[in-house]
Design a protein around this ligand. Structure first.
Ligand code: GLN
Length: 280
């Protein structure tokens, strides 16, 4: 069979073309450039079998990243599995905000709830002078992120088990970043698309989705050095709530950034600088 006659019934309409491309690359173990160069390629029996089973799983709703076992993020190729959130393009907004705001001098940065390691590894790639680590409460996530550091030749990034800031020393960090769970437990999106296959622990938070954002803001204040930054990704309708909880937790100089869809999805603030009083 030629590539033009693929059976794609049951695939979601909105992502059909890219889904087929990713699954074909996976079944053929080839790049998308190769596929475009050889559109008349005849599939071998083994390739056909791999593709059929992949298309069937996708038609059953399984995320492409779970079928192929990897996903691109920033300039990285990340191994993915069912233990963590699949990296999303939205989260590149957070990476961009950090790169624009934080000076490129040597400093320490921790990605809280790192999952695949996406944010930590993207920032480490762009800023070799930063000491970057990632934490996650889930051991499976820490192991996955560690494999992703090796896969992308960024082994200087360390990953450790920690419930948010629990394992971090007071005043040890210049920058904290996080894409925590922030979806409300009753949000209907949880029953749709890829979200059905991702761990609820990476998606859902109490208090209308704000509980973990609040915890991170409170714990983060003690872990940050004076003048340090906290960057938070949040839902499209949570910007004002997140700004308030950052102010309540004692952060200053709040700023925000919109995603490609025009929604404010990243908010950040700074731990106040120490005030030095001149002796009289
Ligand atoms: N942005 C993701 C979504 O809405 C959720 C990610 C998260 O909860 N951190 O699909």
């Amino acid at each position: 069979m030629g590539l033009q006659q693929l059976q794609t019934a049951g695939l979601p309409d909105t992502t059909r073309a890219t889904d087929v491309e990713h699954l074909l690359c996976w079944a053929l173990e080839r790049s998308s450039t190769w596929l475009r160069t050889w559109p008349e390629h005849e599939l071998s029996a083994t390739e056909q079998q791999r593709l059929d089973s992949a298309l069937q799983r996708r038609a059953g709703g399984e995320p492409v990243a779970h079928i192929t076992g990897h996903r691109g993020f920033w300039s990285l190729d990340l191994e993915t599995d069912a233990s963590t959130l699949i990296p999303r393009p939205d989260t590149e907004t957070l990476v961009e905000a950090v790169l624009e705001e934080v000076p490129a001098r040597p400093l320490t940065l921790t990605d809280l709830g790192t999952g695949t390691g996406a944010i930590a590894l993207a920032l480490a790639r762009e800023r070799p002078q930063w000491t970057v680590q990632g934490t996650d409460r889930s051991l499976a996530a820490v192991q996955l992120a560690t494999r992703n550091a090796r896969r992308n030749e960024l082994t200087r990034v360390q990953f450790l088990c920690s419930d948010w800031c629990a394992a971090l020393a007071p005043h040890s960090q210049d920058v904290l970043v996080s894409n925590p769970p922030y979806i409300r437990a009753d949000d209907p999106h949880l029953q749709q698309g890829d979200l059905r296959f991702e761990p609820a622990s990476a998606l859902v938070a109490e208090e209308d989705g704000l509980a973990d954002l609040k915890r991170i803001a409170q714990q983060g204040r003690a872990v940050l050095r004076a003048g340090g930054w906290l960057f938070l990704e949040h839902g499209y309708d949570q910007a004002d709530d997140v700004a308030l909880l950052l102010i309540d937790a004692g952060y200053e100089q709040l700023q925000r950034r919109r995603d490609l869809g025009g929604h404010v999805r990243v908010t950040w603030g700074r731990r106040p600088q120490r005030i030095t009083v001149n002796p009289a």
